[in-house]
Design a binder for this molecule. Structure first.
Ligand code: FES
Length: 100
């Protein structure tokens, strides 16, 4: 399994977008050192979720502020929108691996 990125390349509290196995993924390095991986494109109007503000629980789409749970991918205002989330692991060397 190849590494998607190294955690050291994403500052804590930020996200980055990657293309991987035909999918657009948003990878977030949370301030507690863990990683969350979501589908990168907001289903509302295509906003870049990797550029959104993130905390330990949610990411806010930078275009119209819809907010997605980092674990379930559900939008939190009952809009009915959701994104896929993917399990990710970080090796001892910081390599980030995602299971699609
Ligand atoms: S494109 Fe994300 S909230 Fe509109």
């Amino acid at each position: 399994m190849s590494a998607l990125t190294n955690l050291a390349d994403i500052p804590p509290g930020e996200g980055r977008a990657f293309a991987h196995d035909g999918k657009q993924l948003a990878v977030f390095h949370l301030r507690d050192g863990t990683v969350r991986v979501l589908e990168a494109v907001c289903p509302h109007a295509g906003g870049p979720l990797a550029d959104g503000l993130v905390d330990k629980a949610v990411v806010v789409c930078p275009l119209h502020n819809y907010t997605y749970d980092l674990v379930t991918g559900e939008e939190t205002s009952d809009s009915g929108l959701s994104v896929c989330t993917y399990p990710a692991e970080v090796d001892k060397d910081g390599s980030v691996h995602v299971t699609l």
